[in-house]
Design a binder for this molecule. Structure first.
Ligand code: GLN
Length: 559
């Protein structure tokens, strides 16, 4: 291997969902502060090829990348390829904190690895050999990592392994990490992010679960160099000493990662504890002379964190939807709203309205300063979501509909203003007399579900003198898509136009409507088929979310 890329492996201890993604990105950030070119790979040990077919309630949001990747399980062969643009939500965290775009091949799943292994065997790539987890599967894992490290000319590649040490599914990846460490001992560091629970009964932070999880790592031949302790409060001296002793890690390598009001503060906290220098020492990184930009400069980051902390005035945004059983089904949307609000001095309170047949929409929405109608799939909760759009139109509450949310806003408009009572999307009611939302032409022949939607970034042609144009101030923009259905132009009659419906953007062929709005001076209401939330960054909010929040603030002030 020619490149000198270094590797930082991040594993999880005790339980998942403790913010390993934020910790990984924050490690990357302290390296960026030192001028290094970093990127992240996330390993998801499940057998799905990508998370696109997973229910959001099961898995949380799917992050959509700019590019769509043609994944070829067997390189240089006639084997079919698979389109991938839907990846793990942790990539949202990485992109926001590191300000970099990552290719979909950075999300490695067991599904991809085993598909490559088995199809390669059929092609005769291992001719004569018994195909085994070691070395064949581990070789495929290592090749995927090395390819990224070399091709992207990185200084450091961070590799986060999903799940928790001890999971059967992830053990083959940990074995590949062990082999990389063996091959390049001076170029690899291991970070273990683990939970340090607090026992109220004894009034102490407890290290025992961490001791067990480090033992488990050691039994796989891996010794952590650094332990990051996730806890409610900062780790006290005693617990750091204890973890150090039992885990065979120096005390200064036990790092505190307490709950934070503003997560973007974590890189600063890591810096204060000397984590950046420690990693540089471990993998022999020499300081670089580079020019910094607003994303990689330490003092700019400090200023940005202050901006978030100073945002104190309250704004309440109602989010009618149906995937609220876990908190991160709409994580990029939540964060895009928070980014836009913070930059205008506001702190957001998101009112997540999990719609079922008993939900009283008006009751729920009447104390909201704005409504964001969420993306989604399938029939459940749809009537309540349509009612929410109707409520916004009647009461002139600032409204932003995202993807499904835009389609349902259009249905609400057709029912309310055009008298098309049973107007619907054919996704919801295939027999509707008014299919105002219907399959995209390109989708009509497709039956396979994985990776087949209209995906990735597409060029959008924006109409002047619209709310959309006011937000972006550009005639051409690129935003990311993930849909099968779209708004049908034939229902936008003269009557619809007279009642205020306006198409504010289309695709470059002019055939796909990418956004609609109501041409009202006294009401900000926009529905977009695309997902601007994936491009919102804490230092640069999405222009559309910014305008939406601006309209909500204006509405609060006029009350
Ligand atoms: N279900 C809708 C479609 O496929 C909307 C998808 C979404 O909200 N991302 O077009």
């Amino acid at each position: 291997m020619s490149s000198m890329c270094k590797f930082v492996f991040v594993t999880g201890g005790v339980m998942s969902g403790i913010g390993k993604g934020v910790a990984t990105a924050s490690i990357g950030k302290v390296l960026q502060f030192r001028g290094f070119k970093v990127s992240v790979v996330k390993i998801d040990p499940y057998l799905n090829v990508d998370p696109g077919t997973l229910n959001p309630i099961e898995h949380g949001e799917c992050f959509i990348t700019e590019d769509v990747w043609d994944f070829q399980p067997v390189l240089e062969s006639d084997e079919r390829s698979y389109r991938i643009s839907e990846i793990d939500q942790d990539f949202g965290t990485y992109s926001r904190i590191l300000g970099i775009e990552m290719h979909p091949s950075h999300n490695i799943t067991s599904g991809q690895i085993y598909l490559s292994t088995i199809l390669s065997e059929r092609k005769g790539r291992f001719l004569g050999k018994t195909v085994q987890l070691i070395p064949h599967v581990t070789d495929i894992i290592k090749e995927r990592l090395m390819e990224i490290a070399e091709y992207e000319e990185l200084d450091v590649l961070l590799i986060e392994c999903g799940g928790t040490v001890g999971d059967l599914e992830s053990s083959i990846f940990l074995e590949a990490f062990r082999q990389i460490k063996l091959e390049y001992p001076k170029r690899t560091a291991f970070v273990h992010v683990t939970l340090i629970p607090y026992s109220r009964a004894v009034g102490q932070q407890k290290s025992k679960p961490t001791q067990h999880s480090v033992k488990m790592l050691q039994s796989l031949g891996l010794q952590p160099d650094i332990i990051i302790g996730r806890s409610e409060k900062p780790l006290d001296h005693d617990i750091k000493r204890k973890i150090s002793l039992y885990s065979n890690v120096p005390e200064n390598a036990v790092i505190s990662n307490p709950d934070l009001e503003v997560v973007y503060e974590l890189p600063l906290l890591f810096e204060e504890q000397g984590l950046g220098d420690l990693i540089c020492e471990l993998i022999d990184l020499k300081a670089k002379l580079v020019s910094y930009n607003e994303v990689t400069n330490y003092s700019e980051w400090v200023k940005m964190v202050e901006l978030f902390k100073d945002a104190k005035k309250n704004i309440r945004i109602g989010m009618p939807g149906k995937y609220f059983n876990i908190s991160d089904s709409y994580i990029s949307i939540n964060v895009a709203i928070e980014d836009a609000a913070a930059h205008q001095g506001y702190k957001t309170e998101l009112k997540m309205i999990n719609i079922d047949e008993n939900t009283k929409i008006e009751e729920q929405l009447k104390d909201c300063d704005g409504i964001l109608l969420t993306p989604g799939f399938g029939e459940r909760a749809v009537e309540g979501m349509i009612k929410s759009a109707e409520y916004a139109m009647e009461n002139k509450i600032p409204f932003l509909g995202i993807c499904f949310g835009a389609q349902l806003f259009y249905i609400a408009f057709c029912r309310k203003y055009l008298g098309l009572n049973r107007a619907n999307s054919t996704e919801i009611d295939s027999k509707t007399p008014y299919p105002v939302v219907d399959l995209l032409e390109s989708q009509k022949e497709i039956s396979e579900k994985g990776g087949t939607m209209r995906l990735g970034a597409q060029k959008i042609i924006v109409e002047k003198d619209t709310k959309l144009y006011n937000a972006y101030k550009q005639k051409e923009i690129f935003e990311r898509f993930r849909h099968r259905y779209h708004i049908q132009e034939r229902f936008i009659t003269e009557e619809a136009k007279n009642k205020g419906l306006l198409v504010s953007s289309r695709d470059k062929s002019g055939k796909i409507i990418n956004s609609i709005e109501l041409n009202r001076k006294d009401h900000w209401i926009v529905g977009v088929q695309f997902h601007p939330e994936f491009k919102s960054r804490p230092y640069k909010p999405s222009p559309l979310y910014f305008e939406f929040i601006k309209a909500c603030i204006a509405c609060i002030k006029s009350k």
